[in-house]
Ligand binder design. Structure first.
Ligand SMILES: NC(=O)c1ccc[n+]([C@@H]2O[C@H](COP(=O)([O-])OP(=O)(O)OC[C@H]3O[C@@H](n4cnc5c(N)ncnc54)[C@H](OP(=O)(O)O)[C@@H]3O)[C@@H](O)[C@H]2O)c1
Length: 282
């Protein structure tokens, strides 16, 4: 079966119907490849379950076991601190046909495999809420048993944006910092752009539009001219001794790259610390 047909027919479950699950469900439905009838959700709080299933017109299961029984691929979309408590009582419900896709930050593939030994096909998927506009980077790591299913799994994840296979561990952490935390870091820069414009008399609405347009333009040009390095693209907009050159010289003198490098390293360290804090119950 070709990948698209497989995605079209796959029964998809979500344990946990919170913010991220809703962003992913939105991407799946908007892709027009996946139909609502093939999506089933559960949630701890029943009122939320009812609200989300009505809003997205997807099925609601009464129990997590019922959802697993109905699904080919099960996304686990609970908070990392709820992960073990959620999975331990239902681990036996998974079998070797299921693909288990964990969205939980900080919980390694290895830990998931230990917790669910009956399901060898395990994915760790790290999208962002930008999935709902199909602009997420979707880093994913997988166990060897997923290899034969890679084409449809990638097709499914690509409905959220750019699916990037990585090794679990340092690679996953780095992409998480650059792409997930990265959105927050870019907002930090955008806030400065906005403020600068407003401080110089541009009204708030225009300042916001100019900021967004500038970031979009840089990203779009870098995306469009894929064969040109980013430093070459930068050289093209800098005239020697010109206005941009003066600003860039100052940025380099102030060691902006060093500040960013330290900030990225701090974020990576925090991810590692948080991962160590989530421990299984005895
Ligand atoms: N938000 C992001 O941008 C983002 C990005 C990357 C990864 N993630 C990961 O995505 C996961 C979910 O994050 P979130 O922001 O979507 O959290 P959230 O909004 O709190 O959603 C988690 C949902 O799981 C439900 N839940 C908890 N235990 C359950 C159980 N045993 N059975 C069924 N449902 C259960 C909760 O129900 P209640 O209604 O009772 O609370 C809640 O609705 C986390 O592991 C996080 O690391 C999030």
């Amino acid at each position: 079966m070709i990948a698209r047909d497989h995605v079209q027919n796959a029964k998809i479950g979500f344990i946990g119907a919170g913010n991220l699950a809703q962003a992913v469900i939105r991407a799946f439905i908007d892709s027009k490849i996946i139909s609502r009838e093939n999506i089933t959700i559960t949630n701890r709080n029943e009122k939320k379950l009812e609200r989300v299933s009505q809003e997205f017109q997807v099925r609601a299961a009464k129990t997590n076991e019922e959802l697993i029984e109905r699904s080919d691929i099960v996304f686990i979309a609970v908070k990392p601190q709820d992960f073990y408590q959620c999975i331990e009582p239902i681990a036996q419900a998974f079998n070797e046909d299921h693909v288990v896709a964990s969205l939980a930050a900080g919980i390694s593939l290895q830990s998931i495999q230990k917790l669910i030994p009956s399901a060898p096909k395990v994915l760790r998927v790290m999208p962002t809420t930008a999935a709902k506009i199909k602009k997420s980077v979707v880093a994913f790591a997988y166990t060897p048993a997923v290899q034969p299913h890679l084409s449809w799994v990638t097709e499914l994840l690509s409905t959220m944006g750019l699916a990037v296979p990585v090794e679990d561990g340092e690679m996953m952490r780095s992409i998480l910092v650059a792409a997930s935390s990265g959105i927050g870091f870019v907002y930090e820069l955008m806030m400065y752009w906005n403020e600068w414009l407003e401080e110089h008399g541009i009204d708030a609405q225009t300042a916001r539009k100019v900021t967004v347009q500038t970031f979009e333009a840089a990203a779009a040009m870098a995306g469009h001219e894929r064969d040109t390095s980013i430093s070459e693209l930068q050289r093209k907009v800098v005239s020697p001794k010109g206005v941009t050159a003066a600003g860039l010289d100052s940025m380099r003198e102030l060691e902006i790259e060093r500040a960013l490098r330290i900030s990225f390293e701090k974020a990576a360290l925090r991810d590692q610390e948080l991962g160590q804090m989530i421990v299984p119950r005895n």
